[in-house]
Design a protein around this ligand. Sequence first.
Ligand code: HEM
Ligand code: NAG
Ligand code: NAG
Ligand code: NAG
Ligand code: NAG
Length: 323
Amino acid sequence: MSSQILLYLVLQLLASNCYAQLRLDYYRNTCPDVESIVRTAVETKLQQTFVTAPGTLRLFFHDCFVRGCDASVMLASRNNSTEKDNGINLSLAGDGFDTVIKAKAAVDSVPRCQNKVSCADILAMAARDVVALTGGPSYAVELGRLDGRISTKASVRHHLPHADFTLTQLIQMFASNGLTLRDLVALSGTHTIGFSHCNQFSKRIYNFRTKNRIDPTLNPEYAKQLLQLCPKSVDPRIAIDMDPTTPRTFDNQYYKNLQQGKGLLSSDQTLFTDKRSRKLVNLFASNGTEFERAFVVAMRKLGRIGIRTGNQGEIRRDCTMIN
Ligand code: HEM
Ligand SMILES: *[C@@H]1O[C@H](CO)[C@@H](O)[C@H](O)[C@H]1NC(C)=O
Ligand SMILES: *[C@@H]1O[C@H](CO)[C@@H](O)[C@H](O)[C@H]1NC(C)=O
Ligand SMILES: *[C@@H]1O[C@H](CO)[C@@H](O)[C@H](O)[C@H]1NC(C)=O
Ligand SMILES: CC(=O)N[C@H]1CO[C@H](CO)[C@@H](O)[C@@H]1O
């Protein structure tokens, strides 16, 4: 065997070891009904408020990109120093956290399941459930993540993408998490539901490069609507639909919007503007099945980032505090 092939095999082994212990039936013996317990809790919460869906999905993304999928995003601190205290998080909907807390309580109310299921796994299941419950695809979730013990505000800064990132910056950040351009375009399709605060895109309608200029990649009619929804004196708490066409349905409308210049964030619209990703946008816009397949593949990969097993973590009793 050539040394190159050997090296390749060793690297493969190391890479697969990072999530070697994730399994579809991880809780078969400890908490066999965990899937339906979580699903019921998520359904109940979603009936109370729609924000449950986007809030939970975004929480999963932020968890996985910062220190891996270990529920570190949920840790609260007394001294304002954890991930969730970071400014970028100001916009993480409280209902996402609440979904996990409620589902964890439901799981722990079953005696045999008590303190057996990690918060990180509950978040991964809940993220899958909200997609299916809003019209998107369903898929089996790999389980066996442990909860991390560390969460720092500083770790957020360099690990989450910003709305004004260029495609090159987005590609780099996703690649550093093992995600491809296809994964990036498919996962951005999550912006088919949920809300954005005006400050995330106000530059595009008020100060694009120079004062009073509108981003030319914005559809002019859509730009007019945005100016009305987000006047200069807007209440900073106001958030608007990211998919203006079917805001509460997890579908491929997001990509059709991009084709029409109706991507809300600059990081959305650039997926169509830039030739490197336009073909994928067109594919996902024209074929919802292609989108769903790519999305499921990408969500699995997202859920494998930085997995903790063995003594690298614990099963938190309270998702907001280490044991
Ligand atoms: C590609 C890079 C991405 C950027 C630059 C980005 C940025 C943003 C921004 C700025 C918002 C609005 C936040 C606010 O003002 O409240 C947002 C919302 C959201 N993002 Fe992303 N995002 C990205 C990728 C993702 C991914 C991969 C997911 C999930 C897998 C995701 C899920 C969401 C959801 C569901 C919302 C709506 C949140 C809500 O309504 O509470 N995003 N994103
Ligand atoms: C916050 O508290 C934690 C533990 O209680 C400590 O490790 C950390 O250094 C503190 N951070 C700041 C910024 O004070
Ligand atoms: C937490 O710290 C940030 C600065 O890092 C500050 O802007 C914010 O007001 C603080 N929040 C609280 C509740 O003290
Ligand atoms: C959409 O993609 C699926 C999966 O690749 C394929 O089977 C189907 O024929 C495509 N549909 C259309 C209308 O192209
Ligand atoms: C939902 C949530 O916990 N958001 C927090 C994000 O960060 C701000 C600033 O520290 C907190 O006040 C929010 O509670």
